[in-house]
Design a protein around this ligand. Sequence first.
Ligand code: KIV
Length: 284
Amino acid sequence: MADGKVSVLDIIKAKKKGRKLVMVTAYDYPFGLMADEAGVDIALVGDSLGMVVLGLDNTVPVTLEMMIHHIQAVVRGCKRAMVIGDMPFMSYNTGTRDAIINAGRLMKEGGCDAIKLEGGVDFAPVVRAIVKAGIPVQGHVGLTPQTASALGGFKMQGKDAGAARKIIDDARALEAAGVFSIVAEAVPAPLGRLLAEAVTVPVIGIGAGVDVDGQVLVTHDMVGLFDRFVPKFVKQYTKVRPTIIDAIKAYGKDVRASAFPAAEHSFDMSDAALVALKASLKEK
Ligand code: KIV
């Protein structure tokens, strides 16, 4: 990967060179900074923020304004990583004109480098129009959380030959429409491999096995910050939630025992100023 900001060309070239792509989600400035410092290729401001940051039950209620707000913060933290902003539900489903305007808002107001949207064959015309408008698009096939209820819930997709073939057709349609990469979520590992072979753009897996061109995980799952639901495909590299709870408990104990703040956390005042102040108080 060249020095400087990761570009669309760098992402496409990575597959040709057999270099695996590393992508994580980020939703705010500190996580943008940390993802960038850790050297990821792509920071995705996913609409998963609805669940792991805003406490919603799913991604459906996430709005364009929420996405812009979070994208702006991540962009401030990422000097090198490409920042991709997710198009929320119903921001691209109502026609190509709406889709171009809303994708444009994520780029102009949010400041991201590219956008991602969910869907395959049915959304290829929308993808083509956004790409034609000059906006790089990442596709998303397999389990598409915005329409999970229509897919029977948060379940693995492409179990039988027919369903698997449809996902490959989706990926091919997205490639023909001009996407620069495709996220494949919750599909059997052998299908992940066939998907990566079926298209020339990188396929970035999340629950798609190891034989794809890169991986993406929701950072809050991976670091154990969000444990309301941990999908099978998540590896928890650490568990920061208990550490944070313990720290808040220790702080509470110190406050209640007047053990915090100590002298080193407090500002001092000169004796002269204090004497003068006390004298002025006596004068009323
Ligand atoms: O919203 C998100 O975080 C995503 C990833 C799961 C790829 O779409």
